[in-house]
Design a protein. Structure first.
Lengths: 75, 348
């Protein structure tokens, strides 16, 4: 890999990870209980799923937004 | 299950498993350092950082090989089933050791690079085909990335979030990760002829893992299910050991596990509702089959998890004809009660 391509890959990975970290934090505070009832009142496990939420943030955002839309439609 | 999540659902078996795993890893790393620290015949010695990266790298490879060997070993011999239990912790530990290997590599080779260490690592080799040497770094990076995804999604939450079939398919990526590691070792070995012993060891271990998978696949092929008026022959009732199950595989559809409990027979899908674990390899306790992977339980009479859990499995109908047990390959809706078949009572 050329140095320029490597630099680009590292920048993309850093941005992806930084945004993923922010999404994960918000999801673990506000979203996880909406998606999974077994998460209600459970806090310690959230640290264990934080890396996964940061890695899979596009999917997490999509599922979270769908859960929000379903919740509003159901009211 | 439907209970509140916890970071790790510990129990006595899991604690014992993890303690054994930690002891094995520490023993290996200690022995590697003790043996590798000795000066060679020419008086030269290996730098401590290089020794550490080799120790972590070879340890991660052996842990991956073990994780992949456990499945076929348990299918070939039920005595290996306890190793299958809690295999996820082995996977997460493997990632941790592999990450330590990568940490040592970056720290040793690229810490004082004028460019950013990760950029230097990724650009340290020419593109494939651009030079005589084979590139081996990308294979290591790819394997570590896959292991990271598998470790990060190992919690039960992700199983539910992704759904069991997707989660299981994702975690089958351990196989491409293993191939990447084998390529990483092999191509690295070709460029560094100082580690002939490790090259031979890696080749032997890889061949062993492949052989175990082939042997398990061959054994399953030896017992095809026989069709009889659309029902599948399971075999004589005595072929099913008390307190255990055997698995029949329809030509299409899910594998079916047939169990014997207190002399009576029941059939459930072979796939656990938790992670699609092999229920047919589980043991029966208090009228429930216990999944060998994570201990999830399901009643034999209706496929339901005992309260307060809510998971349900498909049940199947059984019948006895001419001394042979048959199973209807069409599953009942999950949670449908089916009266257990009593072979003694059914004989005429």
């Amino acid at each position: 890999m050329s140095a320029r391509a490597a630099e680009f890959a590292v920048i993309v990975a850093t941005l992806y990870g930084a945004f993923g970290g922010a999404v994960a934090l918000a999801f673990l505070i506000f979203g996880v209980e909406r998606l999974d009832p077994a998460a209600r009142g459970a806090f310690a496990f959230r640290a264990a799923i934080a890396p996964g939420a940061a890695l899979l943030w596009p999917l997490v955002l999509w599922r979270w937004s769908r859960a929000g839309a379903d919740g509003r439609a159901g009211r | 299950m439907s209970e509140r999540y916890v970071p790790v659902s510990w129990n006595r078996s899991k604690i014992l498993y993890d303690m054994t795993l930690a002891a094995c890893v520490l023993l290996y790393l200690g022995a590697f350092h003790a043996l590798g620290d000795r000066p060679r015949a020419d008086g030269a010695s290996i730098d401590p950082q290089i020794l550490a990266m080799k120790a972590y790298g070879s340890c991660a490879f052996l842990m991956m090989s073990t994780a992949l060997a456990i499945g076929p070993l348990a299918r070939l011999d039920r005595r290996f089933l306890p190793l299958l239990y809690n295999r996820r912790h082995l996977g997460v530990a493997t990632f941790a050791v592999a990450a330590l290997h990568a940490w040592e590599v970056v720290g040793w080779y690229f810490a004082y690079s004028p460019t950013q260490p990760l950029v230097a690592l990724l650009s340290s080799e020419p593109a494939p085909g651009a030079a005589r040497d084979l590139p081996f770094v990308p294979f290591g990076v790819a394997a570590l990335a896959i292991l990271a995804v598998l470790a990060a999604t190992s919690h039960d939450f992700w199983l539910r979030f992704l759904r069991p079939p997707v989660w299981k398919a994702l975690h089958m990526a351990l196989y491409p990760a293993y191939l990447s590691v084998v390529a990483h070792i092999a191509f690295g070995h070709f460029q560094n002829d100082a580690t002939t012993v490790f090259g031979a060891l890696a080749a032997t271990v890889t061949a062993g893992v492949c052989a175990l998978h082939l042997a398990a696949a061959w054994r399953e092929r030896e017992t095809p299910a026989l069709a009889h008026r659309g029902w599948l022959a399971v075999g004589p009732p005595d072929a099913i050991p008390e307190g255990c199950g055997i698995v029949v595989r329809p030509a299409d559809g899910e594998a079916i596990a047939v169990f014997r409990n207190e002399g009576k027979l029941s059939a459930l899908t072979n796939l656990c509702a938790h992670q699609n674990g092999p229920l047919g390899e589980g043991k029966i306790l208090d009228g429930c089959v216990t999944c060998p992977w994570h201990g999830f339980q399901f009643r034999l009479v209706d496929g339901c998890a005992p309260p307060p859990f809510t998971e349900r499995l498909a049940t199947y109908n059984l019948r006895l004809a001419d001394g042979v047990v048959y199973v209807d390959p069409k599953p009942n809706p999950p949670g449908t009660p089916v009266a257990p078949l009593d072979p003694a009572g059914s004989r005429r």
